[in-house]
Ligand binder design. Structure first.
Ligand code: ADP
Ligand code: ZN
Length: 723
């Protein structure tokens, strides 16, 4: 079979089509090749599989992979086979004939990687161990190794059986892999698996391409629609806590025209398999799921993960959000947080008769709640949670971004509210928007076209108006009726805005623009053709499209327009076999497109880009968000007041207060500079009773004697011990 003269990096290019190792893949692989046991911690999407798949190709003999879920096995085996790597799985879904066939192949040493569930290996009456011992096993990989620990959040009793592995295969190196393990769990894994002098590799858990956002949950369906509106073409996962709500939400989304399906453990197997398959094949864009979904889903082009309910712990949350953006492209994680959710989960976290376990669960929940209430960089908090040094703010979570994307939208709000008022609160958002934009459509009644408000919002696009109106509803300046065609109504809060007594801040769409600027200019027409090519191949091979090639690879082709197989080799994901099997099929549409549009190869730009990317990731690039805070801080220190700084910097006063409360939190500014001492206990009390995810209810409770600035300062001061 395969000989070992190839170096790991050569094998990486040959079998997987990648030119560089990620994280500590290379060192991990080297340790395995030296025959050592290894524990690998890497974030979801980090590239764990390669750590055993590549050595499997470099070593003589069979690699056994223990994996908890059948869906995962099939996915991995499909991916390997597409790369020309002989891999198989054995599980209960297969017919005796199929199993026999695989056993025969194993006997002939025709399989390099064999995937198994733990119960299969050590289950009662299984004689598989004896059979495997008769084969030249060279490596054992244990995926999702945290499942062996009761301290973890995903304990699976059948994993305990794996304690017997080292007894049965004392000389064979074992690699245990997981994406989530705190110190306790990590120690547990090593002990339970009885690893010998293991090398531990802990990669950075930072997923730089994911933007983390938390919104106070209020009218969550509207919030969700606002979020999804901008992502109609994208795949995403929405997590709910209860099975019932997954089905309801999927139904609601369908009636809004989204391709959505539900997934939870209570559904029958056929439906589950169908929905999952449809999602993998991009026939369904959104899966609304309980956490039963996702483990082992290797779909690389998941663009967003939304939690509409509070997750129980950071580990689970981080792993679930990690299912977004495995292809490395920018992706979003959105969490809708409410105090009520936290309360509810607190009740569930108590396990009767097990005080220790309850205490752990409650602590983990508390950490989750703290995350939601942060006023400082979310990524920083997550990284510290995983004991990782992360010294700077990230510049790409909602907190870091908030300085940039909030703006004074009082005028916009006034326009919207007065339109609703002039239309006698009798129309839905579509009509209101057409009216605001001065649409000539016959649908707009003539008498309305005479009104002064008609057309005052023509400068704002339709989608933008939709977003603003939704946000105004979310913020309580407008409300909607519960009808099939919801009508916009004014609220108790509308009046003060209309009279100019209250300022309104909305989120600017800047971030999406920024993202578009960052994105590579690619040939959109070609990209859709390449998608079709990929789909045809996938149907032909009976696998999901992403197994043939990732979206990132299609994107590269549509950007760099490779013209020959040699150029195509430089596109990430084209190993030797893939190139030979499908290369020409992809080159044809690229070449035709280039001829038609008079374009030529841009493959040379690929390496230039990479250099630039490295530069952009330098620490200076990250400082942007803290720079603006520091500028505020310096102005404040020079003796200026909040409103003077706001005027000078052209930012909202609340933004300035936000900046300064950060320094209160960091201990740079004494809270007493903002708040009189006797006021603090009162504000603190209100915060402890109502939470601080939303300021306006606090302000309402505290009354006119307490300003937003004072409230923010106390929040910062109360949070100063978090990190
Ligand atoms: P994990 O199991 O850690 O969640 P995977 O092993 O599924 O992650 O890898 C995530 C994606 O990254 C896969 O599509 C994989 O092919 C890709 N990948 C892994 N290593 C590399 C690499 N060195 N260069 C480019 N892509 C890689
Ligand atoms: Zn951040």
């Amino acid at each position: 079979m395969h000989t070992t003269v190839m170096t790991p990096i050569q094998a990486l290019q040959k079998y997987f089509g990648y030119s560089e190792f990620r994280h500590q893949q290379e060192a991990i692989i080297q340790h395995i090749l030296n025959g050592q046991d290894v524990l690998t911690l890497m974030p979801t999407g980090g590239g764990k599989s390669l750590c055993y798949q590549l050595p499997a190709m470099l070593m003589d003999g069979l690699t056994i992979v223990i994996s908890p879920l059948i869906a995962l096995m099939k996915d991995q085996v499909d991916s390997l086979n597409v790369n020309g790597i002989p891999a198989a799985f054995l599980n209960s879904t297969q017919s005796p004939d199929e199993q026999q066939h695989i056993t025969d192949q194993l006997k002939k040493n025709k399989i390099k990687l064999l995937y198994l569930a733990p119960e299969r290996l050590f289950g009662q009456g299984s004689n598989l161990i004896a059979f495997l011992k008769s084969l030249p096993v060279c490596l054992i990989a244990i995926d999702e190794a945290h499942c062996i620990s009761q301290w973890g959040h995903d304990f699976r009793p059948e994993y305990l059986m794996l304690a017997g592995l080292k007894r049965e295969f004392p000389k064979i190196p074992v690699i245990a892999l997981t994406a989530t393990a705190d110190n306790l769990t990590r120690k547990d894994i090593l002990e339970k698996l009885d690893l010998r002098n293991p090398a531990e590799f802990v990669s950075s858990f930072n997923r730089a391409n994911i933007t983390y956002r938390v919104l106070p949950k209020k009218n969550s369906f509207n919030q969700l629609l606002a979020f999804l509106d901008a992502r109609k073409e994208d795949s995403g996962i929405i997590y709910c806590l209860s099975r019932k709500s997954t089905e309801e939400l999927a139904g609601d989304l369908k009636s809004e025209g989204f391709l959505a399906e539900a997934y939870h453990a209570g559904m029958d197997n056929a439906t589950k398999a169908r929905n999952q398959e449809a999602f993998l094949r991009d026939d369904v864009k959104i899966i609304v799921a309980t956490i039963a979904f996702g483990m082992g889903i290797n779909k690389s082009n998941v663009r967003y993960v939304v939690h509409v309910d509070l997750p129980k712990n950071i580990e689970g949350y981080y792993q679930e959000t990690g299912r977004a953006g495995r292809d490395g492209l920018p992706s979003d994680a959105l969490l809708l947080y409410s105090y009520a959710d936290a309360n509810k989960l607190q009740r569930f976290a108590r396990i009767e008769g097990n005080e220790d376990q309850s205490a752990i669960m409650l602590k983990k929940l508390d950490d989750m709640v703290k995350y939601c209430q942060l006023q400082t960089c979310r990524r920083l908090y997550l990284m510290r949670y995983f004991d990782e040094d992360f010294s700077d703010n990230c510049g790409s979570c909602d907190i870091c971004l908030s300085e940039f994307d909030k703006f004074d939208a009082t005028l916009i709000a006034q326009k919207a509210l007065s339109a609703v008022f002039r239309l006698n609160e009798r129309f839905g958002s579509n009509y209101v928007i057409d009216f605001l934009r001065g649409s000539r459509s016959e649908k707009i009644r003539d008498e309305h076209k005479q009104l002064k408000t008609y057309g005052i919002g023509a400068d704002i696009s339709k989608p933008e108006w939709h977003r603003y109106l939704r946000e105004l509803v979310t913020l309580g300046y407008l409300s909607t009726t519960d009808d099939a065609y919801p009508v916009l109504k004014l609220t108790g809060k509308s009046n003060s805005v209309l009279k100019g007594q209250e300022k309104v801040e909305l989120i600017a769409s800047q971030t999406t623009e920024e993202r578009q600027q960052e994105a590579i200019p690619y040939e959109a027409g070609l990209l859709s053709e390449l998608r079709l090519t990929r789909r045809d191949i996938a149907i032909n091979q009976n696998v999901p499209a992403y197994i043939i090639l990732s979206d990132a690879a299609l994107m590269e082709m549509a950007t760099y327009l490779p013209q020959t197989l040699d150029e195509l080799r430089l596109v990430s994901g084209f190993g030797e076999i893939k190139l030979a099997r499908y290369g020409r099929e992809f080159l044809t549409p690229i070449k035709n497109y280039c001829i038609k549009h008079g374009l030529s190869s841009r493959i040379k730009q690929k390496s230039i880009r990479r250099e630039r990317k490295v530069q952009r990731e330098s620490p200076n690039g990250k400082l942007r968000s803290s720079d603006t805070k520091i500028e505020t801080f310096n102005l404040y220190r020079s003796g200026k007041t909040v409103s003077e700084i706001a005027a000078e910097r052209g930012l909202a006063a609340t933004t300035i207060e936000g900046h300064l409360s950060y320094f209160v939190q960091m201990g740079e500014i004494d809270v007493l500079e903002f708040v009189k001492e006797e006021k603090i206990p009162v504000i603190k009390d209100a915060i402890e009773s109502y939470g601080y995810e939303r300021l306006s209810p606090l302000k309402e409770v505290l009354g006119d004697n307490y300003s937003y600035g004072e409230i923010r300062a106390v929040i910062g001061w109360m949070n100063r011990n978090i990190n």
